[in-house]
Design a protein around this ligand. Sequence first.
Ligand SMILES: [Zn+2]
Ligand SMILES: [Zn+2]
Length: 106
Amino acid sequence: MKPGALLRLAIRLLTLPLYAAFGAWTLIRLPFVIAGRIKPFTVSLGESVRCESCHALNPIHGRWKCHCGATYHGTCLECELCHARASWISCRRCGVSVVLDRRLLP
Ligand SMILES: [Zn+2]
Ligand SMILES: [Zn+2]
C-alpha cells in the first residue's frame, strides 16, 4: 500500500466519528425543527393566539373594529367590509400587541 493511500485511509477513519456525530445531532434536532415549523400553522388553524408577554390565550373570533370604521363579528384576520388584513391584535389581558404571522393569513 502506498503511503498516500494509507494517509487518505487514516483521514477517512478519523472523519467517520465526525460524520456520525453530525448525523446523530441532526436526528436529535429533527423533532424540534419540525415542531418549530408546525407551531405557526397550529396557531393559525387554532381558535386563539398566545400573548408573548403574559401568555394569555386571545381568541381570534369575536367583535373587531377595523381602521375603515367597520365593526364586525368574525375572525380578526380580515375585515369583512374592506378586506384589510390585521397584522396584530391587543392582548385582552395585558394590552400588549400580539403580532399575527402574515404568512399564515389566507
Ligand atoms: Zn398579554
Ligand atoms: Zn375594514
